[in-house]
Design a protein around this ligand. Structure first.
Ligand code: HEC
Length: 126
């Protein structure tokens, strides 16, 4: 009896263990570009300037807001239109909206970024 329960447990556990973690291309973009200011834990920073925390941030509930900020910039936040592809912008926004205590389930696509994003500020296209 004990042995058979053990095997049932094993059979149930194996798919969980064997399943590779879904690749998250947005995590790589975050680490390479966003983390320098927003920090690895997305808590932001206060120093010479203030970097808004992205962790547990209700402003991310509507994807339109991060699309606007990441494509067009805001204050000391640089714009990434022209530097990243629309796909990379979508990936990193999906990453931030589903990590660091944010649990927004709807995913955006490159087409959403193309439609709803801002152009780089005039005269400052990269
Ligand atoms: C050079 C530093 C810097 C980098 C790099 C940077 N940010 Fe920011 N970010 C800021 C600052 C500063 C603000 C606050 C801007 C303001 O409100 O004036 C901000 C604000 C934001 C906001 C709006 C938060 C809110 O609640 O208003 C989002 C979303 C955001 N950043 C996402 C990102 C993502 C995603 C990346 C990487 C692609 C990134 N940032 C890279 C400095 C940076």
């Amino acid at each position: 009896m004990k042995a058979s329960l053990f095997f049932v447990g094993l059979v149930l556990a194996v798919p969980v263990i064997a399943k590779p973690a879904a690749p998250d291309p947005g995590a790589k973009v975050y680490e390479e570009l966003c983390q320098a200011c927003h920090m690895a834990n997305a808590m932001g920073a206060v120093g010479a300037g203030k970097v808004t925390a992205l962790a547990k941030n209700p402003n991310l509930e509507s994807a339109d807001y991060p699309i606007t900020v990441v494509t067009g910039g805001k204050g000391a936040m640089p714009w990434f239109r022209g530097q990243l592809t629309d796909q990379q912008i979508a990936d990193v926004i999906n990453h931030v909206r589903s990590h660091y205590g944010n649990r927004y389930k709807d995913k955006i696509s490159a087409a959403d970024v193309a439609e709803r994003g801002l152009p780089a500020p005039p005269g400052r296209e990269r």
